[in-house]
Design a protein around this ligand. Structure first.
Ligand code: AMP
Ligand code: MN
Ligand code: MN
Length: 349
């Protein structure tokens, strides 16, 4: 097995280990993870930054901000994703630097995985031999990396990157502030979802002070809808089912083709189902071209959809989670409804 080039990752005053793997066993979660990460960033030279498949606003914004931090530190940062950056995020500063790749090669001191609960979640191949720095805020986050920093109280991974930027003594430029504001705006659904705290607004306030324009950022995301997305939404809403505290809707692959929709057009459709008064849990199912079913789950508080998704091989947050299931659509729908009904029955008014 070949390892990345040896670098000066040894603890201060000690001889340098042969490679960075010598210092950290997989699963390290030091008491001060941010300081440990900063230490490694200062000592390394080349970093690969990636996030999860089908990147969302937090994935894109936190990758870009991390890239900007590394650049300010005089490091080389390669930003990669296994899927294209969605159109709504392509105007973010530096978005063109995120390379769409299926496999990586090259020499890196470490791979920084943002928002992933495993290396596989990135769907980027070839990452296994590298040193992994895991920065995550999901309820289903795990210490899969060599160095792990999981803060389930952070509203977005961008909030964690912001802390790192400040700890590094780097400057939060207006461009970085814009990327970071995008992470918190989108991950909180426009400051609506559970998990928001006073510190979330403090984070947003700091970004506004640093030059993020909340109105312009919201306009770029929420008032820049492609027509294909509205046509797909129409198809999805025509399937809407509502039973007690549950609501669900779906689109077939044929619906996708008919609407000329792309994957990112599905983002947010599940919110129409959870928005119904009295509904506690909602599901959106999308038939993939090869027949598997991509599922988005949302809940309004009492039902832990992260646990439910994790039980089926996925993950996420307590009120927003996802997983890909085997098809066909009818089978996957029956499977998820049974699980959701059990969840709803477990809650009492
Ligand atoms: P989505 O419904 O795709 O918007 O996902 C909702 C939340 O669940 C996001 O925070 C995702 O990162 C997370 N999530 C979705 N799918 C998975 C998965 N297969 N494994 C782990 N987390 C997931
Ligand atoms: Mn995400
Ligand atoms: Mn996130």
């Amino acid at each position: 097995m070949s390892f990345p080039a040896p670098k000066s990752f040894g603890p201060k005053g000690e001889a340098e280990p042969q490679n960075c793997f010598a210092r950290w066993p997989v699963g390290s979660a030091p008491a001060e993870p941010m300081a440990a990460i900063l230490d490694l960033l200062r000592q390394g030279e080349r970093f690969l930054v990636c996030s999860h498949t089908r990147p969302d606003g937090d994935a894109v914004g936190s990758m870009l901000a991390m890239g900007m931090l590394l650049e300010q530190m005089g490091k080389q940062a390669d930003l990669v994703a296994a899927d294209r950056v969605p159109a709504v995020y392509r105007s973010l500063p530096g978005a063109e630097k995120i390379r769409w790749v299926l496999r990586v090669r090259g020499i890196y001191d470490a791979v920084i995985l943002l928002e992933c609960d495993s290396v596989e979640r990135s769907r980027v191949r070839g990452l296994e031999p590298y040193f992994h720095i895991n920065i995550d805020h999901h309820a289903t986050g795990r210490n899969f990396g060599h160095l792990n920093w999981i803060d389930r109280d952070a509203a977005s991974v961008g909030e964690m990157v912001h802390r790192l930027v400040k700890a590094a003594g780097a400057t939060v430029t207006p461009e970085m502030a814009r990327c970071l504001y995008t992470t918190v705006l989108t991950d909180t659904g426009g400051f609506c979802y559970g998990g928001i705290r006073a510190s979330t607004f403090e984070f947003a306030r700091e970004l506004a002070v640093a030059g993020a324009d909340p109105v312009a950022i919201a306009r770029d995301i929420y008032f820049a809808t492609p027509e294909s997305k509205l046509r797909l939404l129409g198809a999805a809403l025509s399937t809407l089912q509502h039973e007690g505290k549950l609501a669900w809707l779906w689109v077939t692959h044929a619906d996708m083709l008919h609407a000329r929709a792309v994957e990112e057009d599905c983002e947010g459709i599940v919110n129409y189902a959870i928005s119904i008064a009295g509904v506690e849990a909602a599901a959106f199912l999308r038939e993939l071209p090869e027949g598997r079913i991509r599922l988005s789950l949302r809940s309004k508080g009492k039902i832990d959809v992260a646990a439910l998704a994790a039980g089926l091989g996925g993950g996420g947050h307590e009120n927003a989670a996802g997983v890909t299931l085997d098809g066909p659509l009818e089978r996957a729908t029956a499977e998820i409804l049974a699980a959701l009904k059990a969840g709803v029955d477990g809650t009492r008014d």
